[in-house]
Design a protein around this ligand. Structure first.
Ligand SMILES: NC(=O)c1ccc[n+]([C@@H]2O[C@H](COP(=O)([O-])OP(=O)(O)OC[C@H]3O[C@@H](n4cnc5c(N)ncnc54)[C@H](O)[C@@H]3O)[C@@H](O)[C@H]2O)c1
Ligand SMILES: O=C(O)C(=O)C[C@]1(C(=O)O)C=C[C@@H](O)C=C1
Length: 367
């Protein structure tokens, strides 16, 4: 394919898309632009893009596909500025923003220019930011939501999905309002709660600084996402206010129900609360089918003795299985610890599991 792609916003998502497109279409030309010239230079020197341009006007010239991958508020400003620029007749413009209603509304205004706007949201990511964190496999097996209009030409939709097939994501189409409600529930509300938990720990730490040292396993797992970009999340909350206000209201009622159970020391209700949550959590679709699980984790029981981690990594290295992340959980002197290994793909995870089990390690996929 000899198409010209222009990516605006060269961070984690823009960079990951550029890498995925290049893997499938080495002949495609990928231009990039970022307001932050350091990000542009880095994307260029890491060869995530073919070359950086110094303005959006320059980048859109003759571009067949334009991908907006800046935070939502910035993508909205870019969409506004595209209205007065020379765009190629028939070009497709898309975005990757975590909210869709306001973006899709603004995108529609480009239609008069003979271009097609299709809203998009690859539903995988990370708490890391910047082009240096990008990887071509970031979206593998994740849902990639597209929000076309009724009058979006099917040919353009197919063209966009073909371009992005290197992401190995699962494309689905839903309307922008439904998207924002779903994303509010499974991504935005959890993010607010994670950040609020961190604030609560901070407050407690003012009186008892040692409490920070104790924040391990569970707290770290549930609050990992609170390390994400504040700019990105500010924009998400501002552009998904309606659904989020309703969900925050429901959350407060849930907290009040729990408060009552605890106040009443209602053992039966408390047990049911956890039992029902466990059953529902265990019923969630597996990684194969679910969204939002870009990391393939394997948990391995390890005895507490020197050399055990290098033994595990050597077994995997022999079969060229890359580990993308490694962490020891609950290793205390003299007892079994748990090693959490993250892999790039489900295949790597399955192979690693077989290899380690052949070497008598006990493994499991959820802790
Ligand atoms: N991080 C995730 O997990 C995730 C997942 C899916 C979608 N998204 C969405 O993707 C978008 C980008 O997120 P990210 O994680 O790549 O963030 P990032 O911070 O890694 O990258 C964003 C980049 O956009 C640049 N930028 C900001 N304003 C710009 C402008 N006006 N013109 C050009 N560049 C501009 C920034 O300088 C930065 O380099 C956001 O809209 C976010 O909602 C994020
Ligand atoms: O895995 C993470 O770190 C993320 O927060 C990724 C995550 C999410 O799952 O909520 C965050 C926002 C995006 O819009 C999509 C994905």
């Amino acid at each position: 394919m000899k198409k010209t792609i222009f990516i605006i916003g060269l961070g984690l998502i823009g960079g990951s898309l550029a890498l995925a497109v290049k893997e499938t279409y080495p002949g495609a030309v990928i231009r990039g632009y970022d307001v932050n010239s350091r990000a542009s230079r880095l994307a260029d020197s890491l060869q995530v893009i073919d070359y950086a341009v110094s303005s959006i006007e320059e980048g859109v010239k003759d571009a067949d596909i334009i991908i907006l991958s800046a935070p939502v508020e910035s993508s909205l400003s870019v969409l506004e500025s595209l209205k007065s620029m020379d765009l190629k007749e028939g070009a497709v413009v898309t975005d990757v923003g975590s909210t869709k209603v306001s973006i899709v509304q603004k995108g529609r205004e480009l239609q008069e220019k003979g271009v097609t706007f299709i809203g998009g949201h690859p539903m995988a990511g990370s708490h890391k930011t910047g082009v240096e964190a990008s990887r071509s496999h970031l979206f593998e097996n994740a849902f990639y939501i597209l929000t076309p209009d009724k009058d979006t030409p099917a040919s353009r939709l197919i063209q966009l999905q073909n371009l992005l097939k290197g992401t190995k994501a699962r494309f689905i189409q839903i309307d922008a309002e439904t998207h924002d409600r779903y994303a509010g529930m499974i991504s935005h509300l959890p993010h607010i709660i994670a950040a609020a938990l961190v604030h609560q720990l901070e407050k407690a730490g003012e009186k008892d600084p040692f409490v920070h040292q104790l924040a391990a396993g569970g707290f770290r797992d549930i609050t990992r996402i609170a390390s994400a970009s504040p700019t990105m999340w500010r924009d998400i909350l501002i552009h998904n206010r309606g659904p989020l206000l309703q969900m925050i209201g429901e959350w407060k009622s849930r907290m009040e129900e729990i408060e009552t159970m605890v106040e009443d020391a209602d053992t039966e209700e408390i047990f049911n609360f956890f039992e029902e949550a466990k059953a529902a959590r265990d019923r969630l679709p597996s990684k194969k089918k679910g969204a939002m699980l870009p990391f393939y984790d394997l948990f391995v029981d390890i005895p507490d003795h020197p050399g055990v981690i290098s033994d595990v990594t050597a077994i995997l290295a022999e079969y060229a299985i890359s580990i993308t992340n490694i962490r020891i959980i609950e290793a205390r002197e003299g007892i079994m610890g748990v090693l959490r290994l993250s892999f790039r793909s489900e295949e790597d995870l399955a192979t690693a599991k077989n290899l380690l089990e052949e070497h008598m390690y006990e493994t499991y996929e959820s802790p």
